[in-house]
Design a protein around this ligand. Structure first.
Ligand SMILES: [Zn+2]
Length: 215
């Protein structure tokens, strides 16, 4: 009898452990980054009762090939995309957002500065199997049109490109106390040279000043 209870208990605690494991696993996978892959087959269905729209969000590590000397992509980019049909057969409206951080050089001291940026997405979207890449921006009459040619599409690269378009041209340290403005350093240096030249000639305390500096 007691053996049976023990077995029962073991089975029960095992279930608890399993649940804890599943919960931890879910939490971990929720916070990890993965490519922004969207399954668009739902949009192209001819089923009149199907809801032909989708909303998805996530966070991915951008491809380092997009990093430049001016803009260093480091952290993940957060994104959200919603796609709705606009009436036409394979015509949709895509809205969303991509945001994250990029490191740039401060234009005054040349130290790396982390810049937060965010880009809004608003595109007329269409399906065209003739497009050679899975997804691309095609020049339209007024605005670019986002075209996809496959049903399973990785949006990571195109989101990275859109994010980078809206980045500021220059950056500057947020805290002026830690930003060593190179122009000030140069100005200070030349002022010191002038000062040295004017004070050291015939000044009996010039030697004392040097000692003071060294201590
Ligand atoms: Zn600076």
């Amino acid at each position: 009898m007691s053996g049976k209870i023990l077995m029962h208990y073991a089975k029960y605690s095992r279930t608890i452990l399993d649940n804890i494991f599943i919960a931890t696993y879910t939490l971990l996978t929720m916070s990890t980054t993965e490519p922004a892959i969207l399954n668009l087959s739902k949009l192209l269905t001819r089923d009149p009762h199907a809801i032909r729209e989708l909303s998805q969000e996530g966070s991915f590590i951008p491809n380092q090939e997009f990093s430049t000397e001016e803009y260093r992509l480091e952290g993940p980019l957060d994104w959200s995309i919603s796609i709705y049909p606009t009436g036409g057969d394979d015509e949709f409206l895509l809205t969303g957002n991509v945001s994250g951080q990029v490191t740039m050089d401060c234009r005054r001291c040349l130290e790396g500065v982390k810049i937060n940026s965010s880009s809004k997405l608003l595109f007329t979207t269409t399906f065209d199997p003739k497009l050679t890449e899975p997804v691309g921006l095609i020049e339209g009459e007024d605005d670019d049109i986002l075209v996809f040619s496959e049903t399973q599409v990785d949006f990571s690269d195109i989101l990275t490109q859109i994010f980078m378009v809206d980045l500021p041209l220059t950056a500057v340290c947020e805290n002026p106390d830690t930003c060593n403005d190179l122009r000030n350093i140069i100005a200070d240096d030349s002022a010191e040279i002038v000062e040295d030249e004017s004070t050291e000639s015939g000044n009996p305390f010039a030697a004392l000043k040097d000692i003071k500096l060294e201590s």
